[in-house]
Design a protein around this ligand. Structure first.
Ligand SMILES: Cc1ncc(COP(=O)(O)O)c(C=O)c1O
Length: 534
């Protein structure tokens, strides 16, 4: 028996290299952490694997070569003969001696489901993507597109649409898509800017100078952070675009990113689309998250290149205090990883809590950047405007990619954004107070019908554990039940990765009255089922 710790790269790297070198490290049985994976893995005895930090993203689809979806730090024990037999073509030459060593996976690496067996799919994909059906005329799309798993939220969105067409008034708590309009001053400014013919030309891809100056002034005012508007601030088409292209600018085959789990889908898929590997670590206990980052950096070869943090966190609403970032910066300097802080919910805080900015930590500018957004703070989600600020090398790398890909944000939007930041702080406070009363309405209501919920200190989501006896139904089926029988749309926790199973994410984007109505409808639908089965 050989006990090894093995980093398996994703399919894109396999495609690039045709053969892959994996770092492996011998371990003793007693050291082996984790649990036995219970994933269905046709054609490959995955149950033989034990996973150090996370359940795997090692998946098989019946369409096309099945694949290793992303990285995992796998700990398994197996004999050489066993490994040779597993899968059709994989051969791992595992050394039997201890210490660091190298193992080779030979290609072609195709794990096809055995005849008659169904494939296993990972239900994560960008929240806004539309479900697509298989087309008999095959279009040979790029591997990076084929590699994306089926869209879990697709079935729910499709059903939501059908119900709406049929005239059902669905209460939609599915997406963190604000329903409230921006401040009238912002609307007035964009109207004025629209009639100026100079504003209809291509803009600059990193944002107009006055906008970057305003962002820099805002960071100084709110967080005491000094940023050079020329080199340390960049405007992007929403923070999601900034994040995705930043991954493309920083990562490539063989690079690994640590991302928070449960995972906002784009944190995982931007890395994958950049051909990088993902290690998803549970974020709900921030101290443990930090310890696992340190552990991973100490044991993984090569070390992770990027660590993504997102506080207030989507979907779990986990928050941290500024000492978290002090330790993160210390680890980043020690292990030489880059930090990307997704700070989309910076301003949606409750009960006097103030979310700290990563950039306000001493040394943060040496190791990372922070993405902020106007989508939530100013209810400007459809306008597509956000910012990437911080380390100038990282900002420059993103600017380079964007210079090739886009011509910047429509100028009237940039001008209105300046006005928003300069004059609409009061609107942010009003909005945060409104979200707080919605949070209370939803949490109080859920508690009243017997659910256990922790009211979040920030963010736009209630991360609610599914109560017994419904939990065993699974979050996807349960969310579907609430939609079909209760007329309430929520996001199943499973859509945010395996760590989200057993939970629902409810966005507090409807007003308090509608939220109370949602509770009544949920209660009625669950009580009716209980009565029917009694
Ligand atoms: C954590 C997180 N980051 C980024 C975004 C995207 O924000 P933007 O509209 O600025 O692209 C969202 C939106 O839901 C989010 O939840």
């Amino acid at each position: 028996m050989t006990n090894v710790q093995l980093l398996i790269t994703n399919e894109s790297q396999l495609a690039h290299n045709r053969s892959v070198i994996c770092a492996v490290k011998s371990r003793t049985e007693s050291e082996t952490p984790g649990h036995i994976c219970d994933a269905q893995t046709p054609g490959f005895p995955l149950s033989a694997f034990r996973f150090a930090f996370e359940t795997p993203r090692l998946l098989f689809r019946d369409r096309q070569p099945a694949f290793l979806v992303n990285a995992g730090l796998f700990v398994f024990s197996a004999s050489r003969a066993f490994l040779r037999n597993c899968g059709q073509t994989i051969v791992l030459n595992l050394p039997s001696r201890g210490g660091w060593c190298v193992s080779r996976i030979r290609t072609p690496l195709e794990f096809r489901p055995a005849a008659g067996q169904r494939s296993t799919e990972i239900p994560m994909r960008s929240e806004s993507e539309v479900l697509f059906e298989d087309n008999p005329f095959t279009i040979p799309v790029a591997d990076r597109v084929r590699r994306l798993p089926p869209y879990l939220f697709g079935t729910i969105n499709k059903r939501k649409y059908q119900l709406r067409v049929a005239g059902v008034d669905v209460i939609d708590l599915g997406m963190g898509n604000p329903t409230d309009p921006p401040d009238p001053l912002i609307i007035k400014k964009i109207e004025e800017s629209l009639v100026d013919p100079r504003n209809h030309r291509y803009s600059v891809s990193n944002g107009i100078s006055n906008l970057r100056k305003e962002v820099s002034a805002r960071y100084l005012k709110r967080y005491g952070v000094r940023l050079d508007p020329n080199d340390e601030v960049l405007a992007c088409l929403g923070s999601k675009e900034g994040f995705s292209h930043l991954c493309l600018a920083l990562m490539g085959p063989g690079d690994t990113a640590i991302v928070p789990a449960p995972s906002f889908p784009i944190h995982v898929y931007s890395v994958m689309l950049a051909s990088g590997n993902v290690i998803a670590l549970d974020v709900r206990d921030p101290d443990k998250f930090l310890r696992n980052i340190a552990y991973t950096c100490e044991h993984l070869v090569p070390k992770p290149k990027v660590v993504v943090v997102n506080f207030p966190h989507n979907p779990s609403s986990t928050v941290i205090e500024s000492d978290f970032y002090v330790e993160l910066v210390r680890l980043a300097k020690k292990h030489h990883f880059l930090v990307i802080s997704d700070f989309a919910y910076a301003d949606i805080c409750y009960d006097g809590y103030k979310a700290p900015s990563f950039l306000s930590t001493p040394g943060a500018l040496d190791v990372g950047v922070e993405l902020t957004s106007m989508s939530k703070s100013y209810s400007m989600a459809g306008w597509r405007i956000g910012f990437c600020c911080g380390n100038r090398e990282m900002v420059r790398a993103l600017a380079t990619i964007k210079g090739y890909y886009d011509y910047g944000i429509f100028q009237p939007i940039q001008i209105a954004a300046i006005v928003a930041m300069r004059h609409c702080d009061a609107a942010i406070d009003t909005m945060a107070a409104e979200y707080q009363s919605r949070r209370d309405a939803l949490c109080d209501g859920l508690k009243r019908i017997g659910w256990t919920v922790e009211p979040p200190k920030a963010g736009m989501f209630i991360w609610a554990e599914i109560p017994e006896p419904w939990k065993k139904m699974g979050s996807i089926e349960f969310a579907m039940k609430l939609l079909n029988e209760g007329g309430v749309a929520v996001s199943p926790g499973r859509g945010f990765g395996t760590e989200g199973e057993g939970f629902l994410r409810m966005a507090i984007v409807e007003n308090s009255q509608r939220l109370r109505q949602a509770i009544r409808q949920i209660d009625k639908c669950l009580t009716a089922t209980e009565a029917a089965s009694a």
